[in-house]
Write a protein that binds this ligand. Sequence first.
Ligand SMILES: Cc1cc2nc3c(=O)[nH]c(=O)nc-3n(C[C@H](O)[C@H](O)[C@H](O)COP(=O)(O)OP(=O)(O)OC[C@H]3O[C@@H](n4cnc5c(N)ncnc54)[C@H](O)[C@@H]3O)c2cc1C
Length: 464
Amino acid sequence: MSGGPESNKVVIIGGGPGGYESALVAAQLGAEVTVVDTDGLGGSAVLTDCVPSKTLIATAELMTDVSGAAELGVNFHDHQGDAATTISVDLARVNTRVKQLAADQSADIARRLAKENVEVVQGYGRLDGPGRVVVGDQSIDADAILIATGAAPRTLPTAQPDGERILTWEQVYDLTEVPSELIVVGSGVTGAEFASAYLALGIPVTLVSSRDRVLPGEDADASHVLEEVSKRRGMKLLSESRMESVTRSGDVVTVTLTDGRSIQGSHCILALGSIPNTADMGLEEAGVILKDGGFVNVDRVSRTSARGVYAAGDCTGVLMLASVAAMQGRIAMWHFLGDTVHPLDLKKVSSNVFTAPEIATVGWTQQAVDSGEMNAEVVMLPLSGNPRAKMQGVRDGFVKLLCRPGTGIVVGGVVVGPRASELIHPVSIAVAESLTADQLAQAFTVYPSMSGSIAEAARRLHRV
Ligand SMILES: Cc1cc2nc3c(=O)[nH]c(=O)nc-3n(C[C@H](O)[C@H](O)[C@H](O)COP(=O)(O)OP(=O)(O)OC[C@H]3O[C@@H](n4cnc5c(N)ncnc54)[C@H](O)[C@@H]3O)c2cc1C
């Protein structure tokens, strides 16, 4: 139903999840849609960030499972049957698979957009006022514009990537040799995920964190479990260690800390956060107000300060997740094209850190309870008591549920364990639909299953 003489003309700058998901919604609602993109459909999410890292982590997960195989009675032998086989990772092959999968996913998105009659223009888009986008010498008028240009890895003048041994997260898939000693700088989600993944692949890893713990933005109990497990598996954790510079001399990379200490390795990954792709795009000239750090200021229906100009995804800095980017973009289109729209509610977003174990979260946090911002009862159940966990040799992890004291309504939860990203879903539904702990407890869970611990935690929140 897209197109037509009366249809609204929407131009989307950026082909990541913020951009292409909105294009699909706008086309569905009958708009004439153009997506302008530089690097390839799918954006950083598909080509360099989310999809590649989770594909790499799929191999890391397999290695983690294999390392626990002996406990479950599985031994590996070579073809003569008299010596244990050495399990190793062919990093070049892993990286080839990663890049192929990303390219295929990008091609899938291109086909889907073509099927919905979305026009794709390759090039760098700029605003020429609030109603026109310029790409090279092409000028496209628009009734609404969506800025979904994403963000790029932050680097420092004293820590410049060389693409060979000092790497951003976008460059790691070009590695053909296995690092002999990897240093990851930054203990946010990206740093923690890469440190955990490469450790599982059998590479010695040092994680340098400027804070007192890894994942300072996540649940403290969850980051404690991750630290314990990572140390047990051999990761070196340097907390309260701020990086001053990263330099390379031949095959050796040196990370110097602000207190004068230094560590050496063969490779270093910089995970220092992201900066928005909003410079030199004519945004402020078109009336789009930028916040500190250059992020586009938006309201909860993705409107910027310029009439008819919306923004979604990492360029807004609201919550840097592919799922949030896509939702912000869809909301923008529903709003502009007059469909039913609910403003973005960050307290309903579920997210996951793909470390070993995984850490999944939704809704209000224990930190908000501890600081008095939210009044909630909290129950935490270790997974080690769960029968399925015992069968699978899983000892680390827990389920945590938060509910309101009077009504019993579930307002948040944390799951730490294998496949926590899947296990969080019932909690996410409870938070989204304001279910009570009793309602969550009454739904059947399979016996034996990890999700049994979610129901058990909910039962413990029952009040008479
Ligand atoms: C290592 C890593 C792993 C991650 N894993 C996950 C995960 O597991 N789950 C999750 O939900 N999130 C994850 N994220 C976050 C996720 O990748 C981002 O939130 C998501 O990419 C944001 O989507 P976006 O559409 O805003 O931008 P992007 O995906 O960055 O896409 C923006 C596109 O716009 C293009 N562009 C920029 N400027 C212009 C211009 N002027 N004209 C035309 N095109 C332009 C860019 O080249 C890019 O292709 C991860 C991030 C990183 C760094």
